[in-house]
Design a protein around this ligand. Structure first.
Ligand code: HSE
Length: 407
């Protein structure tokens, strides 16, 4: 029998307990040993819930119990999760987590401590919720040089953008509705400003690069400026607007960014809608591969955490090598990233003069019309460097919208 302790009895923690209780026979069979939840740590009490019998409020009880082999950290946030994780690994216990903030910030260090102590630090649920992506990158895709990883990595923003696209609603209205339905957090900043997706693409890029990619170095834009009018143009183009986290390798350098992107009908992520996530990977040998599924939610996320617990049970006293060095990976400069841009600006009625001004600034552009949108000009540029685009757009007033384009 293998004893585990679950830190945090919130949405994911209670999901982990539920999954282990529901599927215990098949899980134990696959793990090759019986998994017993010996403790659940939480500051709160849960009177009337059977978990109360195994509830503890002091992490030291878990740390000092030599019978606990695996700690499941599903508390979220950096502290005290960081200290608990480090102490558990140093005490010879494997740690499985869904904590993307912690993995993005201290993943390399915690993996190194795990290696030195012949235990494991596993984090399948930190990116893409229930979608297998960390383990495939570590084991199934090891024959390839990964040259691109692009994902819809945040369910909340994908739900908001899908509703805006399908119902023509405004961002604020959909956000309010999503909060009422419990899809979006009361404080939605981390989702709508792109910070959550940024941490996830930082984790994926670190794994692909084998070195530490700091999320602070990744240019990040959220979806708060996207309007229903932008979607009217997207519709005309049979396109959609998605919040993408992307890393592309050019030469030896990764260029990473999180931003809303207008993607065309042939883009592999176009049909990833609602709360679903999708992750597209390009390898130089395999070519394209896609991962799709529920990127958030109690049971899908718990499913990924429990798969890590099974892996940890199968590898007691053996470290599963994950290449993610603490050495900082040098990302390409954001200014050098090349993109096409969709631009909407006020139609000043100067006709030829204004068109000439646009041509002089951006070269040849593709003009786009949307039915029932008046008094503005919209166009798509040829690919240009971020720095060149910034210089060009700087000379224009009354710019309503700028969205990167991938088609
Ligand atoms: N807030 C995140 C999302 C939860 O909406 O995708 C999963 O990481």
């Amino acid at each position: 029998m293998v004893n585990i302790a679950v830190l945090g009895y919130g949405t994911v923690g209670s999901g982990v307990v539920e999954v282990i209780n529901t599927n215990h026979d098949s899980i134990n069979k696959r793990a090759g040993k019986d998994i017993n939840i010996k403790y659940v740590l939480d500051l709160r009490d849960f009177e009337g819930d059977p978990v109360q019998e195994i509830l503890v409020h002091d992490f030291d009880v878990i740390l000092k119990d030599p019978e606990v082999n695996i700690v499941v950290e599903v508390m979220g946030g950096v502290e005290p999760a960081y200290t608990f994780t480090k102490d558990a690994l140093l005490a010879g216990k494997s740690v499985c987590t869904s904590n993307k903030e912690l993995v993005a910030k201290h993943g390399a260090e915690l993996l190194s401590i795990a290696r030195e102590n012949k235990v494991n630090y596993l984090f399948e649920a930190s990116v893409g919720g229930g979608i297998p992506i960390i383990r495939p990158l570590n084991s199934s895709l090891t024959a390839d040089e990964i040259t691109e990883i692009t994902g819809i990595l945040n369910g909340t923003t994908n739900y908001i953008l899908t509703e805006m696209s399908e119902k023509g609603s405004a961002f604020e209205d959909v956000l309010k509705d999503a909060q009422e339905k419990g899809y979006a957090e009361r404080n939605p900043e981390a989702d709508v400003e792109g910070y959550d997706a940024c941490r996830k693409i930082a984790i994926l890029t670190s794994l692909v690069a084998g070195e530490q990619v700091d999320y602070e170095d990744i240019h990040t834009e959220g979806i708060t400026k996207i309007t229903e009018t932008d979607f009217k143009y997207a519709k005309e183009l049979k396109a959609s607007i998605k919040l993408l986290g992307t890393s592309k390798k050019i030469g030896d350098t990764f260029y990473s960014m999180v931003a809303p992107v207008m993607i065309g009908p042939n883009h592999p992520l176009i049909s990833v809608n609602g709360v679903f996530n999708g992750i597209f990977v390009h390898g130089n040998v395999l070519d394209d591969v896609m991962f799709y599924g529920r990127g958030a939610g109690k049971l899908p996320t718990a499913s990924a955490v429990v798969s890590d617990i099974v892996d940890a049970v199968k590898h007691i006293n053996t470290n599963i090598i994950t290449i993610w060095a603490e050495k900082k990976s040098r990302l390409g400069k954001f200014e050098d990233f090349e993109n096409k841009f969709f631009v909407r600006l006020k139609d000043k009625g100067f006709e030829d003069d204004q068109l000439l001004e646009i041509k002089n600034a951006f070269g040849n552009v593709l003009y786009v019309k949307a039915s029932d949108v008046e008094d503005e000009l919209a166009f798509i540029t040829e690919p240009m460097k971020e720095s060149d685009f910034a210089k060009c757009i700087d000379g224009f007033e009354d710019v309503y919208s700028v969205i990167r384009v991938d088609f």
